[in-house]
Design a protein around this ligand. Structure first.
Ligand code: SF4
Ligand code: SF4
Length: 256
């Protein structure tokens, strides 16, 4: 199959699964086991280049490299805009389950062992913001894609180069630190966190909440407090799993 067709099918996969996932969350049929299943599928499709690598496509857009997106730049731009719009409506399900880069880190985070928790959302945001500026400058001024330094393509194409081992190191870090690439580096993550902040559907505390704080301690991105806007919520379901009160946390439309 041609690269362009694979890309188009991959995007349709992410689009369809995004909508199905949002529906399962809304109807309370989602479980973490379903999530793990989808993560494994996304990872496998990532190795087959059937899953959209939106951060990479975003970089190709910045570099105006049509070969990198596997089709016309305008189509890639439209695909990215669709994902941003869906994230504004339903939250970051693409990042949570259908980005191969995110999926491999999420799976690494599930491996039991010691975990390092960054107690602030500010520092990851600042570091990612600085990287984003450097990424734009390198792309526009020097036509250089900074994401190339992370070996994403080499890893998923299983090319045993230096890049492959750099991305492997990112995955090893993800065993201890939740989603290091997403939270500290990803330029698409920097953009999508803005619409996600105002997403129409979010996990919300209901009147049944007894303020035990278990969800806040379980959340790896410090997004479970009542006041948190969920810009870095990857819909991992940890908060819902530890909540001891039925109906205290619900994924539902935000009431103005
Ligand atoms: S933040 Fe970037 S790398 Fe992480 S899941 Fe989202 S798009 Fe993928
Ligand atoms: S624990 Fe809850 S609030 Fe935190 S990232 Fe996971 S789903 Fe989002």
């Amino acid at each position: 199959m041609a690269y362009e067709e694979a890309r188009a099918l991959g995007f349709l996969y992410a689009l369809a699964m995004f909508c199905i996932t949002a529906y399962l969350w809304y109807t309370k049929r989602w479980t973490r086991r379903i999530g793990w299943f989808f993560l494994v599928i996304t990872l496998a499709l990532g190795f087959l280049i059937f899953s959209p690598f939106i951060p990479w496509q975003f970089q190709s857009l910045i570099l105006r490299d049509a070969r990198g997106v596997g089709g016309p730049l305008v189509v890639a731009a439209a695909g990215i805009l669709v994902m941003l719009a869906l994230s504004f409506l339903f939250g970051r399900f693409y990042c949570g389950y259908f980005c191969p880069i995110g999926a491999v880190q999420e799976l690494a985070s599930l491996v039991p062992g010691p975990k390092v928790r960054v107690g602030s959302k500010i520092w990851p945001g600042i570091i990612r913001g600085i990287f984003f500026l450097l990424f734009l400058l390198a792309g526009y001024l020097f036509t250089f894609g900074l994401l190339r330094l992370f070996g994403i393509r080499e890893f998923f194409l299983v090319i045993l180069s230096t890049g492959f081992f750099i991305f492997l190191a990112v995955i090893v870090i993800a065993l201890f630190l939740y989603r290091p690439f997403c939270r500290f580096i990803c330029p698409f993550g920097a953009i999508v966190s803005v619409p996600a902040m105002g997403s129409r559907f979010k996990i919300q505390r209901m009147d049944a909440c007894v303020s035990c704080g278990k969800c806040e301690r379980a959340c790896p991105t410090n997004e479970a407090k009542i006041s948190d806007l969920k810009s870095e919520c990857y819909l991992c379901h940890r908060c819902l799993d530890v909540c001891p009160v039925e109906g205290a946390l619900e994924y539902r439309i935000v009431k103005e």
